[in-house]
Design a protein around this ligand. Structure first.
Ligand SMILES: Cc1cc2nc3c(=O)[nH]c(=O)nc-3n(C[C@H](O)[C@H](O)[C@H](O)COP(=O)(O)OP(=O)(O)OC[C@H]3O[C@@H](n4cnc5c(N)ncnc54)[C@H](O)[C@@H]3O)c2cc1C
Ligand SMILES: *[C@@H]1O[C@H](CO)[C@@H](O)[C@H](O)[C@H]1NC(C)=O
Ligand SMILES: *[C@@H]1O[C@H](CO)[C@@H](O)[C@H](O)[C@H]1NC(C)=O
Ligand SMILES: *[C@@H]1O[C@H](CO)[C@@H](O)[C@H](O)[C@H]1NC(C)=O
Length: 622
């Protein structure tokens, strides 16, 4: 790599900086990057706590006073990045932002490399605790649970699909928390967005916001088969973030000319030099300082030393659905009994960490076709296309189509989000085997009959599950990871299982449409080893298979859920203020009161935009 730069420079025609830029735009550079990354990934050990990064040099050290601010934000993820930008906009407030991770890079920019990022320090490396009713076919009965650790948070490693959710979701939210109905929140979706969707409904999109949204820049022919099949089943092809939200279309992506448009790049990078902003990376918030039920600062670890920073106005926690409950509980805000068990003095008894809800998916609905795989292009060609802003590397896991649907047709809200993907079965290895950590024997059962075939698949994402899980603390040590119990298929009436069975049959029905039959679409799988005592593909077989391979879809919400004071499950009020504590808000995915009909990023941006306005109004900045 150094050699190449020297050769370029020795021509004496270009500066070192230009040479570097040209090199960064070259196929060789990305191929090297990929090889180096995969080498690192093969040696990466999934952390089970934060000690590798944040161990104190001297356990007894008193916290060093770092400074005094108007606001302290803990976590610069999807929500924290928005807040960082908006609260420093006028210059009126001095803001400290603490982020446990560092900067994104050229590798994280490539949407097609997203599944690889899970094996890197951009991922906290969480897993669910071993499960009883789900995740059974993944290693050690645990669902892997990647979370982004970087400026930009999970938007640096996520799959970039842009969906807002159904109008009815927000009207339900707003019926409990005034100001959060669809009509009130719609302007905030538009505020973040710079859409170039080519089929957008007028009036429903923003064109001046920082987050770039575009139609997937990869469209293999089979995406048309998917859309044709939808039409043949009587479904509408539409802008699912527009006027109506039930229907099918190509994927809307948070990319800019095919590169990742993360929260970091959209909200933080352009404003990082503001004088009233201090952004500390590689810094772990470990405790909210509270006196007389008023938050006045945060304790954190950076470079092995303990610090504290204080505020005159507020502390805002934006650590995400797993980490925000953790830091609240470490600070004495949480379920009384749980805190007492761990010896943490109780400051405020609240249902923090309860009500965890997540979407779930059966990731192995894979169909063979008679499309030739000979035309599949090599990595060099894909990189070349990526640099020009199109091709397979501009999408994550080849998801090129989305459908929001309801096979029961009982309500106007969708029951399922279908995510359609295609390619060689070998291309699914990083995602299904390394990312989800499916057991080798299940992978064999699924992939063997598909070897050498061009395959399509459908993630059938159950949008409104009833099962609830928890986030709890393992110990009172902030360097221990919290415990996540996803607890799928635990709802007493068994509705989640019944709905999932409906969805499986619906996908099999999609395969039977004339559109898919024209490419000889067939569901082929060997029985999963744990389910061989059921007749293959009978309802009992599917019930068994669903418990084996249900993946918790990384859309967790509601662990600090918003609700009125009378709601015993609520942690924050409609202004994101933590009940019973002054000067403390939580703003991130954890406040979303129930799973939406969407992947959450767009809604998290919306939550943070609203929070910013509420705060600025309260302190006379708007
Ligand atoms: C692999 C993957 C794929 C996904 N795909 C999609 C998708 O296609 N579309 C979509 O809309 N959503 C997707 N999501 C979900 C989406 O990215 C998250 O829901 C969203 O980013 C949540 O935003 P947040 O602000 O709540 O948390 P995050 O974005 O996770 O940010 C939290 C931040 O806080 C930091 N932090 C936490 N604790 C501390 C602490 N104590 N001190 C300092 N810093 C701390 C973290 O390092 C992180 O940067 C995906 C998620 C993953 C992991
Ligand atoms: C691989 O790891 C090395 C050493 O930690 C690091 O310097 C390098 O940036 C990593 N490469 C990639 C592509 O992540
Ligand atoms: C919105 O996107 C378009 C197309 O990429 C770009 O030309 C324009 O500058 C963007 N606007 C903003 C405000 O970023
Ligand atoms: C694929 O199968 C369909 C349906 O059997 C058939 O009509 C079509 O000709 C086949 N295409 C190829 C390329 O074999």
């Amino acid at each position: 790599m150094i050699l190449k730069i020297i050769i370029l420079c020795s021509l004496n025609l270009i500066t070192l900086k230009q040479a570097h830029e040209i090199f960064e735009d070259s196929i060789d550079y990305y191929q090297d990057l990929l090889q180096q990354f995969l080498k690192n990934a093969s040696q990466w050990e999934q952390p089970t706590d934060s000690r590798r990064f944040f161990k104190l040099i001297n356990e007894q050290q008193e916290a060093i006073h770092h400074g005094h601010y108007d606001f302290i934000i803990v976590g610069a993820g999807a929500a924290g990045s928005v807040l960082t930008n908006r609260l420093t906009e006028s210059g009126k407030f001095k803001v400290l932002v603490l982020e446990a991770g560092g900067q994104e890079n050229d590798f994280t920019d490539v949407p097609g490399f997203a599944p690889y990022l899970v094996r890197s320090d951009f991922n906290w490396g969480y897993k669910t605790i071993p499960q009883k009713n789900s995740c059974l076919g993944f290693r050690n009965k645990q669902c892997n649970y990647p979370r982004g650790k970087a400026i930009g948070g999970s938007t640096v490693i996520n799959f970039l699909m842009y969906l807002r959710g159904n109008k009815l979701d927000f009207d339900k939210w707003g019926s409990n928390s005034p100001g959060w109905d669809y009509e009130s929140i719609l302007p905030y979706f538009k505020k973040s967005e710079n859409s170039t969707i080519d089929y957008e409904d007028p009036g429903y999109h923003g064109h001046h916001g920082p987050v770039s949204v575009e139609t997937a820049r990869y469209h293999p022919d089979i995406t048309n088969t998917f859309l044709k099949a939808a039409a043949q089943r009587g479904s509408t092809i539409l802008d699912y973030n527009g006027k109506d939200q039930i229907g099918y279309s190509r994927t809307q992506m948070m990319t800019k000319r095919g590169k990742r448009s993360s929260a970091g790049k959209a909200f933080v990078t352009p404003i990082v030099h503001r004088e009233n902003l201090e952004l500390l990376d590689y810094s772990l918030g470990i405790k909210i300082l509270i006196n007389n039920k008023k938050a006045y600062g945060v304790e954190f670890i950076r470079n092995g030393k303990k610090y504290k920073a204080t505020t005159s106005k507020e502390v805002i926690i934006s650590g995400g659905t797993i980490n925000s409950p953790q830091i609240l509980m470490l600070s004495g805000i949480g379920p009384k009994e749980h805190l007492e068990e761990l010896g943490i003095p109780v400051v405020q008894d609240l249902p923090v960490g309860e009500n965890l809800q997540d979407h779930q998916v059966y990731p192995a609905l894979l169909f063979s076709t008679n499309i030739s795989i000979e035309n599949e292009s090599p990595i060099q060609e894909n990189i070349k296309q990526y640099l020009k802003g199109y091709g397979p590397l501009t999408v994550a896991s080849a998801i090129t189509g989305i459908g929001l649907d309801n096979p029961n047709v009982k309500t106007k809200n969708s029951l399922v989000e279908y995510a359609f993907f295609s390619g060689r079965i070998e291309d699914a290895v990083p995602f299904l085997l390394d990312f989800m950590q499916m057991t080798e024997e299940n992978w064999q059962a699924i992939s063997e009959p598909l070897a050498g075939k061009y395959v399509w698949g459908m993630f059938s994402n159950l949008l409104h599950p009833k099962s609830k899980g928890t986030i709890t603390l393992k110990t009172k040590d902030p360097l221990d990871y919290p415990l996540m119990d996803s607890n799928h298929y635990s709802d007493p009436d068994g509705d989640d299982m019944r709905e999932m069975l409906t969805l499986i049959k619906d996908v099999l029905d999609i395969s039977n449409t004339p559109a898919f039959q024209a490419i000889d679409s067939k569901y082929v799988s060997n029985p999963l080893p744990a389910c061989t005592n059921c007749r293959h593909l009978s309802d009992d077989y599917w019930r068994c298979a669903l418990r084996q391979l249900t993946f918790s879809l990384l859309h967790a919400v509601a662990t600090c859920r918003m609700g009125p004071k009378s709601d015993k499950t609520a942690v924050v009020d409609k202004e994101l203020k933590v009940y019973g504590i002054n000067g403390l808000r939580v703003a991130d995915a954890s406040v979303i009161p129930f799973p939406l009909s969407a992947n959450p990023t767009a809604a998290v941006y919306m939550v943070a935009e609203i929070t910013s306005d509420l705060i600025r109004k309260e302190y006379g900045d708007l």
